[in-house]
Design a protein around this ligand. Structure first.
Ligand code: SAH
Length: 349
């Protein structure tokens, strides 16, 4: 069982596990539903659980850890209403969560780790490496408290914040079970995307779960030379191996993969790379999301010019690839990976 400060991390428990815990305390099973309902609404205080007997609350408090994350910073974009939160958890570590308003619903982008050990050359989260994994309860809190603090009902989740979700596999899977649970927050798997730098040895485990979520693969280059330069995760894995695994994943799950591609001036935006990208993704009937690179202070890379971006899109389209250019939301609030955490919390270089 997961613990915080030597106590059971109660928000990481599923209803059946709460039931076992409550039975140990001599309580009837139906109490588990009441408790899970409080926890799924982001309750961070035992005193609020007024339909549970006071003696039970005291017994739970003795054995279990319950808290609410603290808002360290909140920034709201003047341009598009994107809200970025910097949350502090019980041990003083902080991560970012972004709430974006799309026409199909409000989407929360959550972090899965404190820091990241994947070391992508253009990414702010990689600076300083990984500090620790987030617990399922902490990812849940990112969603529930972003909703509470912003007042915006959340319908979609993307695991595209700080960290590599597949490097924190078990906790991420448990978080998905919690947030998707019909007795809990009940956010549909088809409204959830999980983004990975391509830890392909985990794809089979993910496919075996048979979830209906969308898998996003951060590709950023269709050739090994460029990809290994940008993404250390490609070294020892290769683009061929990644696409082979993507093909297997698509065949097993029937879920189309979406590829993320940050357009970097003079690095990955040539016509040759566009044609190579098209050749690789077409058989997968996959979607390509082009993202103009967000410039990160500590990094030398620059976004592609509008002309190069347009040329790249044209080549993909002509080659039958389904492509979108992602709008840059919240660029006035440092809303790309790890930027706010870096500015606020001292991260070792
Ligand atoms: N580790 C996961 C999820 C976190 S990053 C992954 O690699 O997919 C979410 C997305 O933002 C990834 O596609 C990542 O490559 C991209 N990204 C990181 N830094 C960026 C930047 N400066 N500009 C544009 N996209 C960036």
């Amino acid at each position: 069982m997961l613990e915080i400060n030597g106590k059971i991390d109660i928000k990481s428990l599923l209803p059946e596990e709460l039931e076992t815990l409550l039975r140990e305390l001599g309580q009837p099973g139906y109490r588990a539903g009441q408790l899970f309902s409080w926890l799924s609404r982001g309750c961070g205080d035992w005193d609020e659980m007024t339909n549970l007997p006071r003696s039970l609350r005291a017994a739970l408090q003795e054995r279990c850890f319950l808290s609410a994350p603290r808002v360290l910073r909140r920034q709201e974009s003047q341009e598009d209403g994107t809200i970025k939160f910097l949350w502090e958890f019980a041990d003083g570590n902080a991560v970012e969560t972004v709430v974006m308003r799309y026409h199909y619903g409000n989407t929360v982008c959550i972090s899965s780790q404190v820091g990241c050990r994947q070391g992508c050359a253009f990414c702010a989260s990689a600076i300083g490496g990984k500090v620790r994994d987030l617990l399922p309860s902490e990812m849940l809190d990112e969603v529930l408290f972003s909703e509470k603090e912003s007042g915006l009902p959340i319908s979609h989740i993307v695991l595209m914040g700080i960290g590599e979700p597949l490097d924190n596999f078990d906790n991420v899977m448990r978080f998905l079970e919690l947030i998707n649970h019909p007795k809990g927050r009940n956010i549909g798997m088809r409204h959830i995307s999980l983004s990975t730098c391509g830890l392909l040895e985990r794809f089979d485990d993910l496919a075996a779960r048979d979830l209906q979520l969308t898998l996003s693969v951060s590709l950023h280059a269709p050739d090994d030379e460029t990809r290994s330069r940008l993404m250390p995760a490609n070294r020892g894995r290769s683009v061929d191996a990644l696409f082979e695994k993507c093909r297997e994943y698509y065949e097993r799950t029937g879920r189309r993969i979406s590829f993320e591609y940050a357009m970097i001036d003079g690095v990955n935006d040539s016509p040759r790379q566009a044609r190579e990208l098209a050749r690789r993704v077409r058989p997968l009937e996959a979607h390509v999301n082009l993202i103009p690179l967000n410039h990160v202070e500590e990094r030398s890379f620059q976004p592609s010019s509008p002309d190069n971006l347009k040329r790249f899109v044209d080549i993909l389209t002509r080659n039958g690839v389904n492509v979108t250019v992602r709008r840059r939301l919240g660029s006035d609030v440092d809303a790309s990976c790890g930027q706010l955490r870096r500015k606020t919390v001292k991260v070792e270089q």
